[in-house]
Design a protein around this ligand. Structure first.
Ligand code: CO8
Length: 260
């Protein structure tokens, strides 16, 4: 696929995916959602030796300022529901991606942008980043999982307030609430995200994938997370990496994991 709205650079096993619609503050229009679907559903799954993905926004002002409002104006109820469903499917691809996906939030993360950051496994915010779900200002509600994931991250009390008031919060408050993992100086977001991915890349790759699956199972009403953990633990015991990890510990050396 030729990407028109995403800039994708893969270097040393880390893919930096930059949403590049700077003039519209990187708002997610339908082509951008399609490109994200292609990367996280197809292309990204075939990149050999991929350690992780960093999602960020072009420019200094915005990560993503939401879904593209200009596409909404003439939606009827069926079209709106279909658009939300499609976006949720794409965000679920990100949440269930096999290697860590880190949002490097370099500015506004509003509406669909906050939802996109929340679909990632980890979030690094620049000091000037701002988060919010302003959909009620537009006569809408979040449609890309915001009413669900915000509750998961910050709890019902604060999520309800943020969703009902459309208030924006700064990076420090997002950190205090548990919405982001780290706050870093402006311009350092991608570097910190790379540091996190380099750290997870020293671990057993299959164990990393199972961790993602099991943690996600906690929030999946159709899954039994404890059962998923038992099964994944058993699967880990059959891997060469488990034997290597255990041997390396006993031999007091660094493990050399192969992802097998
Ligand atoms: N969609 C389309 N264009 C946008 C968006 C957006 N979400 N946000 C900003 N832009 C555009 C502006 O229209 C403007 O374009 P132009 O220069 O052509 O006039 C340009 O980006 C710059 O924006 P501003 O001039 O407004 O910049 P400011 O610094 O004054 O303000 C803000 C920055 C505060 C971020 C402001 O742009 C803003 O409030 N943006 C909208 C934020 C918002 O409401 N986001 C939620 C959108 S709804 C949503 O995300 C629902 C998700 C679920 C969808 C489910 C499927 C249907």
């Amino acid at each position: 696929m030729v990407y028109e709205n995403l800039n994708i650079q893969v270097d040393n096993g880390i893919a930096v995916v930059t949403i590049s619609r700077e003039k519209a503050l990187n708002a997610l229009n339908s082509p951008t959602i399609l490109e994200l679907q292609h990367f996280f559903g197809t292309e990204g799954r075939t990149i050999a030796g991929l350690k992780g993905v960093i999602l960020t926004g072009a420019g200094e002002k915005a990560f993503v300022a939401g879904a593209d409002i200009s596409e909404f104006t003439s939606l009827n109820p069926q079209q709106g529901a279909a658009l939300a469903m499609r976006g949720q499917e794409v965000f679920n691809l990100i949440e269930n991606f096999h290697v860590p996906v880190v949002a490097a939030v370099n500015g506004f993360a509003l509406g669909g942008g906050c939802e996109l950051a929340m679909a990632c496994h980890l979030r690094v915010a620049g000091e000037k980043a701002r988060f919010g779900q302003p959909e009620v200002n537009l006569g809408l509600i979040p449609g890309y999982g915001g009413t669900q994931r915000l509750v998961q991250y910050v709890g019902k009390t604060k999520a309800m307030e943020l969703l009902l008031t459309a208030d924006m919060i700064d990076a420090a408050e997002a950190f205090r609430l548990g919405l982001v993992n780290y706050v870093v100086p402006v311009g350092e977001e991608v570097n910190k995200a790379k540091e996190l991915i380099e750290k997870t890349a020293t671990k057993a790759p299959m164990a990393i994938t199972y961790i993602i699956e099991c943690v996600n199972a906690y929030f999946n009403k159709d899954a039994d997370g404890f059962r998923a953990e038992v099964e994944a633990f058993g699967q880990c015991c059959g891997t060469e990496d488990f034997r290597e990890g255990a041997s390396a510990f006993l031999e007091k050396r660094k493990a050399n994991f192969q992802g097998k």
